[in-house]
Design a protein around this ligand. Structure first.
Ligand SMILES: Nc1ncnc2c1ncn2[C@@H]1O[C@H](COP(=O)(O)OP(=O)(O)O)[C@@H](O)[C@H]1O
Ligand SMILES: [Mg+2]
Length: 506
């Protein structure tokens, strides 16, 4: 939408800067009475989120906090429109004042798990992603510059040439992988960014730097940022503007982070001096260890009662009324202005080329994709070839040749499964990138098919020719010749059984 009203004479970088500096660029996101139910085979229907109401505004950062399993990720999923199929959602989600769920590609989402291509280096992963995501009006060098700058923003310059690593291959540490995931999603400077536990695996200094840099970007460009966060340090907690505190899917508190202390104090749970406020809030509402309390190891009031008290207190507060009102409190210029990220994407051909190249590199470096199979096929070819080397040309050899064919076909078929684990990893990356709107199904299929052709040719031609060479000294029994002899023989038998029995084919 912004692009259409733009003067075509401006350069790519000027355009990006203009988009970045636009004061209307963020998204007003509001949700009212949001319920998410899950169909459980054992427990039946059970609510995960129970009538949540809240909002996120451009230039502000909303932190979603709560004990593990309270529904933080589910809230982010519901807002980003990517809930699992076994869940049911009800209530209103307002995107810039319009009642609609965010479709794929409208927002960027850094998931809790780091799903990355293990064989690529940090530089390659971010560069390929920049080429896939950044708009076509940006030149290649501008894309590279953006990728380089983002890598530096996330403090990954020292690990830039290190392979990401994964299952069985040591590479980046957990915290570095987390930062690569964030890097890839903030490349496009999205209008709305969801971060699910971005600081997990990071030390307190790294958490602070990563969060402060993301928040600085969000504030500069007035982006909207929603982050679920687990155990933030005092410094990180101070960076957030608003806090949504959840417990068992219910809102314990929603409002500015600075007013949270007052809320807890007024309900009889003041934060002790010298304690991190976020630690205090989480400790007050964590009911997972209520058993200890019942046995007399903890406080006198059970946590369930404390939570009920806080939830009721929040519902009857003035703050609650203000939040209800703020959901619809959207400036007129923002109403219905949500822009599809798809409009700014790179072209289909570029995507196919980049995906082909990336997939080719991945297949080359991942031994499990084709190289193991290639080695096993050669070994099998040598084994089967040497066992049947002097197969002869009498009638008994027909049966032996049938066995050879059966061996080869069944080994080929079963060993094809060997590439599955690598393909499954590929599919995980594809699913994440597709959900975030980086590219579509067609580009992935084209990329993956083209990149696999050389390897398929290699594993089908080389072991076979190896077999031919092996049989070459005997001259009479090359694979090709044997097959031809079989074909003639079967043809003869079907036509003239008696003649064929007498005939000797050499
Ligand atoms: N698709 C689902 N099917 C069944 N249970 C789910 C599903 N999604 C979430 N849950 C359950 O809902 C609760 C909250 O999950 P989640 O939002 O991931 O918590 P967290 O606050 O740790 O991010 C957990 O008990 C989880 O098992
Ligand atoms: Mg979670």
């Amino acid at each position: 939408m912004i692009m259409e009203s733009h003067d075509s004479s401006t350069t790519g970088s000027q355009e990006m800067e203009r988009i970045g500096q636009s004061k209307e660029s963020g998204v007003y996101l509001g949700w009212k009475n949001l319920w998410v139910m899950v169909q459980d085979k054992v427990a039946g229907r059970r609510p995960i989120l129970q009538g949540l109401t809240g909002y996120a505004k451009p230039g502000e950062v909303l932190a979603i906090m709560g004990p593990s399993g309270c529904g933080k990720s589910t809230l982010l999923d519901a807002l980003a429109g990517r809930l699992d199929s076994n869940t049911r959602q009800s209530g209103e989600i307002l995107v810039d004042g319009c009642k609609k769920a965010l479709a794929f590609g409208n927002s960027a989402y850094v998931t809790q798990d780091d799903i990355l291509m293990a064989t690529l280096t940090v530089r390659e992963a971010v560069y390929y992603s920049a080429q896939l995501q950044l708009p076509r009006y940006m030149s290649k060098s501008e894309k590279m510059e953006r990728a380089e700058a983002t890598i530096k923003e996330m403090g990954l310059q020292d690990a830039i040439n290190t392979r990401i690593g994964g299952w069985g291959v040591k590479g980046l540490s957990g915290g570095q992988k987390r930062r690569v995931s964030i890097c890839i999603e903030i490349l496009t400077r999205p209008k709305l960014l969801f971060l699910d536990e971005p600081t997990s695996g990071l030390d307190s200094a790294a958490s602070y730097h990563v969060m402060s840099r993301i928040i600085k970007l969000a504030q500069q460009d007035r982006r909207t940022l929603i982050a679920s966060i687990h155990q933030p340090s005092g410094e990180v907690f101070e960076l957030f503007h608003n806090l949504c505190l959840l417990s068992s899917g219910r809102t314990v508190y929603f409002g500015s982070t600075s007013a949270a202390n007052q809320f807890f104090s007024s309900n009889g749970f003041p934060c002790p001096p010298m304690r991190n406020p976020s630690d205090h809030y989480l400790r007050t509402i964590n009911q997972d260890f209520d058993v200890d309390i019942e046995q007399g190891f903890g406080e006198k009031t059970s946590t369930t009662e404390v939570i009920n008290l806080l939830v009721e207190s929040y519902k009857s507060s003035e703050n609650y009324q203000q939040v209800q009102q703020s959901v619809y409190d959207i400036p007129l210029q923002n109403v219905g202005s949500v822009e599809k990220k798809g409009i700014q994407k790179s072209g289909f051909i570029t995507q196919c080329l980049v995906l082909t190249k990336r997939s080719f590199v991945n297949m080359y470096r991942d031994l499990g994709y084709y190289w193991f199979r290639f080695a096993i096929y050669i070994a099998l070819c040598l084994c089967v070839g040497t066992i049947f080397i002097n197969i002869g040309s009498d009638y008994g050899s027909i049966q032996a040749r049938g066995s050879v064919l059966m061996f080869v076909v069944s080994f080929m078929t079963f060993l094809a499964i060997g590439g599955f684990p690598s393909f499954v990893e590929d599919m995980k990356v594809f699913t994440r990138e597709r959900l975030n709107g980086h590219y579509g199904v067609a580009a992935f299929i084209v990329g993956n098919t083209l990149s696999s052709i050389p390897y398929l040719l290699l594993i089908s031609v080389v072991p076979w020719s190896n077999g031919v060479l092996l049989c070459w000294p005997t001259k009479r029994y090359t694979s090709l010749r044997l097959l031809r002899v079989d074909a003639f023989r079967l043809h003869d038998i079907s036509r003239k059984p008696n003649d064929a029995c007498r005939k000797r084919v050499v």
